[in-house]
Design a protein around this ligand. Sequence first.
Ligand code: ARG
Length: 585
Amino acid sequence: MNPTQVLLQDKFQQALAAAFGNEYGTVDPILVAASNPKFGDYQSNVSLPLAKKIGQQPRAIAAAIVEKLDVSDICESPEIAGPGFINLRLKTTYLEGQINAMQGDTRLGIPLTDTAQREIVDFSSPNIAKEMHVGHLRSTIIGDCIARILEFRGHDVLRLNHVGDWGTQFGMLITYLREVYPEALTTANALDIGDLVSFYKKAKQRFDGDTAFQETARQEVVRLQAGAEDTIHAWKLLCEQSRHEFQVIYDLLDIKVTERGESFYNPFLPAVIADLEVSGLLEENQGAKVVFLEGFTNREGEPLPVIIQKSDGGYNYATTDFAALRYRIQSDKAKRIIYVTDSGQANHFAGVFQVARRAGWIPEDVEIVHVPFGLVLGEDGKKFKTRSGDTVRLRDLLDEAVSRARADLETRLQEEGREENLEFVTNVAEVVGISAVKYADLSQNRTSDYKFSFDKMLSLKGNTAPYMLYAYVRTQGIARSGNIDFTQLGADAKIILQEEAEYTLAKHLLQLGEVIGAVEVELLPHRLCDYLYQLSDKFNKFYENCPVLKSSEPMRTSRLALCDVTARTLKLGLSLLGIGVLERM
Ligand code: ARG
């Protein structure tokens, strides 16, 4: 609920108590946004259920409520419609007061949460020696956005990169490199990640077809786990190499995330087993230690196990997730843990969460959520690949976005006969290219698959980053041509709502808090994108219909102030998506 709804709810409950007795003072007045602006802004649907309870006609109930309802400082006189709806239209003076308050507040009316808590966002999380792929890109973009929103609301956010930096793949890789390229295991920067990935593929091939190799690789894993010096040194070099390459991507995307890879939780794995043993959940199954899940069955209808420890003593992906979960609750004091991965891991997390609950590891005041997302598809609707059928390297993808943005810009500059220096062109191309990739991802409901299209995401029209950036540029253009510094408008810049387009814009601006609140709870960034898209649209209508600089006072100042709130709302909203703005483009 927004502040207006809270206020109205209170007034309704007073009226309900006055009309029908105190026991009605806590009834939910069922206040919703009006379905059609013709009928006003809000509507109460309470008369219908109450009619049944009290045994009177709904319209009579509505009339009794309205008689006691005192909303004269907020709304025009309430109207009763249809079977007994109560329609409310906000007063202009009330709206003006609200939008003025928003303009005067550096946080645009969005309060810090009064229930700040430690929140962990587990996102990005690529794997060492493997390429970071588009799935990791989605996780990185969505996870960063969620973290930004929680941070803005004042939560204590821990951004964790659960890098896959441990496990049997290192046995394979180290064994293979000892044979073919031993320098890689002793000298820093002897490989770049491209090589590492191809070595990894070859190592895997050897492993799959050569039993002697398998044996050596296993021993190498044992040596790694036992902390053998040369193996640990080799492992560190390999991690360093990948980390380097991941950082290039994080820098391009302006992402901050703290690496705490799977290896961090090694010391805590035995306690997971011990605890599951004590709680009686652990069972032996074909030499492995497992917990059987409730409600999950395989194709034969048999219960599915989560493997906690393999028959060779090794641990699994899930085991590390148990240790991580416990550590995050006990040591990090997390009150909410958010895991951002593709939907393909939904069953993994459902299983992990179930076992953790049954083991009693999740206190009642801790919430654990999997935030799944769909696949990135090519424009043909199939898995996203390069033309030659290889997986797309993220670096190439981001570089291409920037170079296409640059080409578009250069064409536009030529068409408009504008001359800009190199610095301008480079900066605009980078911001537009990277924003376009981020926005294309965030503007889709994350649960569905989305088609990756450079042409669409870079278009100046539609629900795209360039369109949004352009709306912001427009606000700054007004300031520039009028020689106005928005920050100097000050508190006496009274906003007056006169034209339809001004009302519509102001009302939309006032919904910002509700939208951010919803994203904070539902963790669906596309709702914020929708809001900003509509905002740009409403601003453009205002811009077409209401002269700003050419108006005379007091409308000129009022409209400038409205431009200022719009600009700051766009800037804030985009920053929460991880997107910076441009003054000109
Ligand atoms: N490294 C994993 C992958 O690439 C993602 C890890 C997600 N986080 C977690 N706590 N399991 O699929």
